[in-house]
Design a protein around this ligand. Structure first.
Ligand code: SF4
Ligand code: SF4
Length: 482
């Protein structure tokens, strides 16, 4: 009799039940008593089917055990010893891959000098002070970028304005949106706009424009005054909280056509996530808050080290608990890190690449060079063509060839790889000098956080499955637009 062996999965418990996260397929399988018992027997020792039936004879009928074995082999949680494990093929994306999101760096200048910013210090990839790139994008380059996006996109195109401080080049942003709308209508395509800003330059007329044009806005802000002013300072060292808080409140009051989100950069000195979240949602009024740990050289005192990751995970988990309880009762909660991960889990995302950079997402520098993403915009080493000449398909294919998860041997046995896929290229470049290197410094954090999100997923599948089903409807809507 052939022996049964367990395959690659990660087990987790939620709502008093056991679940399997099946790594090769990124699917979730809820265990009942019989499948749970079979899995335990097979995981403890290699056993033939008859031996498994015999060992569970005091608890289950033979037919029930055989059915459970059948289900577990079908989802590949277990398999017969001689059968090879399912290998996920090393499939490269079909080319040309449609460009979904273009991030336009309309300026590389900033009126703040945030201590941790990747534009400064050791994290800098492009010399924006003395380098060859223009400091501001011209109207002409922005128009060429729109034409480029509409040439390369499917029916729906996203255009994101970025900086430096994006609003330092508001006139170009304004004329580009008008031009893009006209051009998209000519092409029979839909175009959507968003931007990221530090909020210092939000004047009433700018707010009016953003609201009228339904521009999605993300504000970079770190929390209450003492946290914001620790790192988010003007060039003279003055804190920015008192400048931005009233402007953000005015934006939130006036701009109701789309939810406005905050993006918080977390450092080892500002890790009080619950307090930051409460301040930004309850006192300022943001709909959503997303947190990103600082991506910087480990030597910097504000970089989050190993102990910081533990503390951060603990804080994330507390806020995630609050999220779960809210959502279970059909109440809104704006902790976007959880929502984004739940959506990926629900869709069974198994990433060959950590993010869309170089694939459905590209960054454009002030001069119109096309790059891997906004963080690499203007870097010759990460250039993928120009908006005038189009995407350099050779460079793009070579990049995708070299960065596939199948080639990241450190990740090959990691159960979190369907969602992590090695992590951000920019962070890898800063930490290890190579975009292809997995971000091994934060594996424990990633696995801990993924486990938490799986547990929340399991719990919500019991307490509010309708919340998860909404992701299907949103996906169907997005697919219809492609
Ligand atoms: S970087 Fe770490 S956590 Fe991410 S897939 Fe690789 S081994 Fe897993
Ligand atoms: S490489 Fe990093 S910064 Fe660039 S899009 Fe991907 S996750 Fe974001």
């Amino acid at each position: 009799m052939m022996a049964l062996v367990s395959r690659e999965f990660h087990m987790f418990n939620a709502a008093g039940k056991s679940f399997l996260y099946l790594v090769p397929s990124a699917a979730i399988f809820a265990l009942d008593e019989a499948t749970s018992a079979v899995l335990r027997v097979v995981s403890e020792s290699k056993s033939g089917e008859d031996a498994v039936v015999a060992s569970l004879a005091n608890r289950f009928e033979p037919d029930v055990v055989r059915a459970a074995i059948g289900e577990l082999t079908e989802v590949r949680a277990i398999g017969y010893e001689h059968q090879p494990e399912a290998v996920v093929p090393r499939m490269l994306p079909m080319m040309p891959f449609p460009l979904n999101t273009m991030v336009l760096n309309v300026t590389n200048q900033c009126n703040l000098a945030c201590t941790y910013c990747y534009e400064y210090g050791e994290d800098k990839i492009v010399d924006t002070a003395h380098g060859k790139q223009a400091k501001f994008m011209t109207e002409e380059t922005a128009r060429e970028s729109v034409d480029f996006l509409l040439r390369e996109s499917g029916r729906l195109a996203h255009m994101t304005f970025f900086g430096g401080e994006t609003l330092l080049n508001f006139p170009v942003l304004q004329s580009t949106i008008a031009y893009a709308r006209r051009r998209a209508a000519d092409e029979g395509k839909e175009i959507d706009f968003s931007l990221t800003t530090n909020a210092t330059l939000l004047r009433p007329d700018i707010i009016e424009f953003l609201a009228e044009n339904r521009v999605g806005v993300t504000i970079s802000i770190d929390g209450p005054r003492e946290m914001q002013d620790k790192f988010r300072v003007f060039h003279n060292g003055a804190g920015s909280y008192d400048v931005v808080a009233p402007k953000i409140k005015e934006l939130l009051r006036r701009h109701r056509s789309r939810p406005i989100g905050a993006r918080v950069t977390l450092t080892s000195d500002t890790l009080d996530i619950t307090r930051i979240y409460k301040h930004l949602t309850e006192e300022i009024g943001f709909w959503e808050v997303g947190f990103a740990p600082v991506t910087t050289s480990p030597q910097q005192h504000y970089a989050i080290g190993e102990q910081g990751f533990d503390r951060m995970l603990d804080q994330f988990r507390r806020l995630a608990r609050e999220f779960t309880d809210h959502v279970a009762e059909n109440r809104h909660h704006g902790f976007s890190n959880v929502k984004d991960t739940l959506e990926e889990i629900h869709k069974g995302v198994s990433k060959a690449y950590p993010c869309g950079a170089g694939l459905g997402l590209l960054g454009v520098s002030t001069d119109g060079d096309v790059a891997l993403c906004h963080r690499f915009a203007g870097s010759d080493a990460h250039k993928f063509g120009t908006v005038r000449d189009g995407i350099d398909r050779g460079a793009q294919s070579a990049f995708l060839e070299q960065h596939h998860i199948a080639d990241k041997t450190d990740c090959s046995k990691c159960w979190a790889r369907p969602l992590c896929s090695g992590g951000c290229y920019h962070e890898a470049h800063v930490r290890y000098g190579s975009t292809g290197h997995p971000n091994l410094h934060y594996c424990e954090w990633i696995r801990g956080w993924t486990e938490t999100c799986l547990e929340i997923y399991g719990e919500l599948s019991e307490r509010n499955p309708e919340f998860l089903a909404r992701f299907d409807r949103e996906e169907a809507k997005a697919e219809a637009a492609i």
